[in-house]
Every structure is written in structure tokens, then in C-alpha cells.
Write a new protein. Structure first.
Length: 263
């Protein structure tokens, strides 16, 4: 297993090296912020696909036609979030702009990657910045980007879907765009159903050392499922609180309706 980890680690470091090289060229030669972001997220998509091979992920998609139906539209994708693999899985499927926290952008290694990925930043500790964040995120949607929001109020170990923060749903209201709910589940690790112990090896949240977690997960076979739920079209009569509740129940119901014995 140790040799396998070294092999996959080497592959991933090469992928990250290529990612940073391309990111440097993008920053150096493209000054227009919209054009630069489009190139950055395309670079991120390519890199996510390369990195996933190092984790030996088997991904199942449910209702992928819902993603395809929105291919030529801007929308806000909203889902549950328990692992950095969530970002790799979604990022490999589409050219997304991810909303992430300022804290994550300052994390060693991960922060360097995030700052070159065309991400949008939210400061959860300073609510005074919220109106400007909503304005900035809304403008990004209006420029034709597909934006990903993970709105759970707390970090989660992947055993449940925590309540959603309502504030950033204002972005979808102001941009008058569709919301695409998505449910992400991790089903098996090394061929065995995920349980309380193995969940700790897949999910990553506050208090868990990233480097140790990454090394333990490397070269392990992970079976994951992404379920795209019914899109929620813009309704001018629906406020952000109502939208948040509607999307939360859609994601939570799908999460708990999952059959523990995958077909």
C-alpha cells in the first residue's frame, strides 16, 4: 500500500505542478477579469479530473440529464458538503466557480490552489461584508458563470445534512437564475459500505489535519454518488428564506432516501 501511495502521490503532484504552471500563464497574459476567470476554471476542471485518478474514485451520476439541460445557462448549484473530494467531483463535471471561505483561501497548500481557481470568497466571520459579497456573486452569475454554493451552517462528518445559511441564496434571487440542488453521498470505501469509522477517512472537517487525512485517503478506492435534483426556476415572489428552505428539503430528503444497498 505504501508504494501505491507514493505512486499516486507523485501523479497528483505532477498534476498540481501543471496546474500552477498554467495558472501562472493565465495570470500573466490575461488582464480581462472575465476572460481570466473562464480560463482559470477550465484549468481547474482539467486538474480535478487528473486528481481524482489518484483517489481511485468510482463516480455514479443520477439524473445527469438535469445538468445537461442547463449547460448553456448560468445557475446556482447548491449541495451538501463534507469532503474536499466534493469539489474534485463537481469540478471534474463542469466549469464551475466555487464560493469558498476566506479562511480556506488562507490554508497552507489548499489556499494556494484555491487562489488560482477563479473562486469567489465569503467572510463568514464579518457579516458587514455580506452585501458586497452578494453583489459580487450576483454579477458573476449575470456574466454567464455557473456558481457552486455549499451553504451548510456547520462542518459535517457526512452523516447528515446540516441546516442551510439563508443569506447567500439572495444571489439567486437578485440574479433571477435557476437553482440546481445536488446531493453528494459517499457509498463505499475499498468495497465496503461507509460506516462511522470509514466516514472519518473520507470526510474532512474542522479539527482534522489535512495532510494526515489526505495521505490516509490516497490510493483508497472510493465509491461516490452525485444526484442532480429537480431544478428550482426563478420565482419573483419567492424570497431567499423560502428558496433556502425549499432547496434544503430537496437535498436532505434525497440524502436520507438513499438505499443503503446500492444497486
Amino acid at each position: 500500500m505504501w508504494l501505491k501511495k507514493v505512486y499516486y502521490f507523485t501523479r497528483q503532484m505532477l498534476a498540481i505542478g501543471v496546474y500552477f504552471a498554467e495558472a501562472f500563464l493565465i495570470r500573466s497574459f490575461y488582464r480581462d477579469p472575465v476572460r481570466r476567470r473562464r480560463l482559470e476554471i477550465k484549468n481547474t476542471t482539467r486538474t480535478c479530473r487528473r486528481l481524482l485518478s489518484g483517489f481511485k474514485v468510482d463516480l455514479r451520476l443520477k439524473n445527469p440529464e438535469r445538468l445537461k439541460q442547463l449547460r448553456d445557462q448560468q445557475y446556482l448549484l447548491v449541495g451538501n458538503h463534507s469532503a474536499y473530494l466534493d469539489i474534485f467531483l463537481l469540478g471534474a463535471l463542469e466549469n464551475f466557480v466555487f464560493i469558498t471561505s476566506v479562511d480556506m483561501s488562507e490554508t497552507p497548500v489548499l489556499g494556494d490552489i484555491i487562489r488560482s481557481a477563479g473562486c469567489l470568497y465569503t467572510n463568514r466571520k464579518q457579516k458587514i461584508s455580506l452585501p458586497q459579497e452578494i453583489k459580487r456573486f450576483t454579477e458573476t452569475l449575470r456574466k454567464g458563470f455557473k456558481v457552486v454554493l455549499f451553504p451548510e451552517e456547520q462542518g459535517t462528518d457526512g452523516s447528515n445534512v446540516k441546516a442551510f445559511r439563508k443569506s447567500l441564496f439572495q444571489v439567486a434571487v437578485d440574479a433571477a437564475c435557476t437553482v440546481l440542488p445536488v446531493c453528494i453521498r459517499y457509498l463505499r470505501l475499498d468495497g465496503k459500505p461507509i460506516n462511522a469509522d470509514s466516514r472519518k477517512l473520507v470526510c474532512w472537517y474542522t479539527g482534522i489535519n489535512f495532510v494526515k487525512h489526505y495521505w490516509n485517503l490516497l490510493a483508497r478506492r472510493v465509491e461516490a454518488e452525485i444526484c442532480f435534483l429537480d431544478p428550482v426556476p426563478h420565482d419573483p415572489g419567492r424570497n431567499r428564506g423560502e428558496l433556502s428552505e425549499l432547496v434544503y428539503h430537496s437535498v436532505s430528503d434525497a440524502f436520507h432516501a438513499y438505499d443503503a444497498q446500492p444497486s
